[in-house]
Design a protein around this ligand. Structure first.
Ligand code: HEM
Length: 501
């Protein structure tokens, strides 16, 4: 290289350095080219990269980070500036959350995740799916069909797993058990077939692939270079079952069930599950739904219901094991309302459940502290102002965090971090209704969870059945904590001892 090119390279290098130093001095607390927003608390970060290190550092406890930021700043609405990411605005203010959930000007950002099912659908397609599915979530089905499905699966859990664990003094993985229970129940409600994962040691192939595909989907969601990472994994270990393999297993299962059902319906058989309901309906173009459309629709319901309900039940039994006072009070309510013969008569059981206020209160309190969807976001389709006066610009991402919100004293009182189901019961002994902005566990507005009543019924039937028969206690030496995901799984599962009452 000649001395002139050395000089040129040196000059360019110095100029670049000077530019970076200049930019770092100007953008000294935020991502480069971001402006500090007026009318909102800006969370200070590092020069040029903003709050990126804070997020990376807290990647395993992101929901607690949201709470910590609130405690440090004492502000319900805060904005983050992160290099390479659109503007993020976190709000824990119930009025803001309600506004975001109910306003059509904010759109879901989860769109790539769930094929062509209800989560992904918008406009007329969404209305069609929501309306068709709503038909099966009626009182008659709840009373006459769903309660029976849950009880049947609980009986399998009792005979095949729990009684054996008691007899052999084995420790069970309660979290895993709840996932099997809700998977079997929702496959039965959705597709009308028995998956029998509760009866199978280890995982049935459908469940293994369904779980692996969900995990890979989440990894793709958080890892922008997933095509490279997945190819590398395949190179390092060519025998790894990849996403394509797992999708094929799930697809073949759903396709097999669908084709069998088409034949049965053609022969005049009557089925009441979600699959048959959608098979009998025409799509928005007036045509019957294809097998792929049916697969996406029904699997979306399984995805929506399985993990969320299994996690809520797991956190519920964790909290009960830590709060004997609550467990005693619960057992008393169960014994007051539920007799052996009631468990054989699901219509009467369903009526009694409606009266069991304390059991409902426990379920709501569990979801306040451990909401199955702990963190969520939407982006603004146009400029807006939140109820607390925060200005929002088109393209901003607004984040709300039910996990953090449930633990804020200014919202729930001095005992916000404690497990106190009594807060859900008013002075007349009735269940207290909180606004959806204050308790957004099931979302709000037009896209409120369609399965709220079903999830509540399944959880309460399971709580009644299990607490009546067994005493569960936490095996010592475990770290019970969450894994960061779209929902709130337990990171290392939950091992429990089980005894008969
Ligand atoms: C404890 C259990 C559950 C919780 C905490 C829960 C929570 C939620 C939340 C927060 C959303 C909004 C997600 C978003 O748009 O970002 C949602 C949507 C939805 N949930 Fe649930 N869910 C539960 C159980 C169920 C069950 C059992 C079903 C049905 C089998 C179900 C069906 C749905 C459907 C279909 C949607 C999409 C609604 C739409 O976009 O119109 N969920 N749920």
């Amino acid at each position: 290289m000649s001395s002139t090119s050395f000089l040129t390279a040196g000059t360019v290098g110095k100029a670049a350095l000077a530019t970076i130093v200049g930019l770092a001095a100007y953008y000294n607390d935020r991502a480069v080219f971001d402006e500090n927003r007026k009318g909102i608390a800006n969370e200070p970060g590092y020069p040029l990269i903003g709050n990126l290190p804070m997020l990376i550092q807290a990647k395993d406890s992101i929901h607690d980070l949201m709470l910590e930021v609130y405690h440090q700043r004492q502000q319900m609405t805060i904005t983050f500036s992160i290099l390479g990411v659109p503007r993020q605005i976190l709000t824990l203010d119930p009025q803001n959350v309600e506004h975001i959930l109910k306003s059509p000007e904010f759109h879901s950002s989860l769109n790539d995740l769930f094929g062509n099912g209800i989560f992904n659908a918008n406009g007329e397609e969404w209305k069609f799916q929501r309306k068709t599915a709503s038909i099966i979530f009626n009182v008659k089905n709840f009373r006459d069909q769903f309660t029976d499905v849950f009880l049947d699966e609980l009986r399998v859990m009792k005979s095949d797993i729990l009684d054996k664990a008691v007899a052999e003094n084995q420790v069970i993985d309660f979290h895993d058990l709840m996932f099997k229970f809700t998977l079997d129940s929702f496959i039965l409600l959705g597709f009308g077939v028995h998956l029998n994962s509760l009866k199978t040691e280890g995982k049935v192939p459908f469940a293994e692939s369904f779980d692996a595909a969900q995990r890979a989907t989440f990894q793709r969601f958080i890892n922008p270079v997933w095509p490279v990472t997945e190819k590398l994994q395949k190179l390092v270990n060519p025998w790894t079952k990849d996403m394509n393999y797992h999708l094929k297993v799930v697809d073949e299962y759903a396709r097999g069930v669908t084709e069998k059902r088409r034949k049965e319906l053609a022969e005049g058989q009557v089925h009441k599950d979600l699959l048959s309901r959608f098979m009998e309906a025409s799509n928005i173009h007036g045509e019957p739904l294809s097998n792929t459309e049916l697969r996406d629709i029904v699997l979306n319901f399984v995805i929506a219901g399985r993990d969320t309900t299994a996690q809520a039940l797991s956190w519920c039994f964790y909290l009960l094991s830590q709060h004997p006072r609550v467990q005693e009070k619960l057992l008393k309510e169960i014994n007051d309302f539920v007799t052996d013969d009631l468990l054989e008569d699901s219509a009467r059981l369903y009526e009694s459940i409606k009266e069991m206020k304390y059991t409902h209160a426990i379920f709501y309190e569990v979801l306040r502290l451990y909401p199955s969807v702990p963190l969520n976001q939407k982006y603004a389709l146009k400029d807006d102002v939140l109820p607390d006066g925060t200005p929002i610009r088109k393209g901003d991402y607004v984040i709300w965090c039910p996990y953090a919100q449930g633990r804020v004293e200014a919202i729930w009182g001095a005992d916000a971090k404690q497990f106190v189901p009594e807060r859900w019961i008013n002075e007349n002994g009735e269940l207290r209704r909180e606004s959806q902005g204050k308790w957004p566990a099931f979302n709000a507005g037009p896209r409120v969870c369609l399965g709220q009543n079903l999830a509540t019924l399944e959880a309460i039937v399971a709580i009644i059945f299990l607490v009546r028969e067994y005493k569960f206690s936490l095996a010592p030496g475990q770290n019970i904590t969450y894994d960061v995901s779209l929902t709130l799984p337990m990171k290392y599962g939950m091992k429990m001892h089980v005894e008969r009452r």
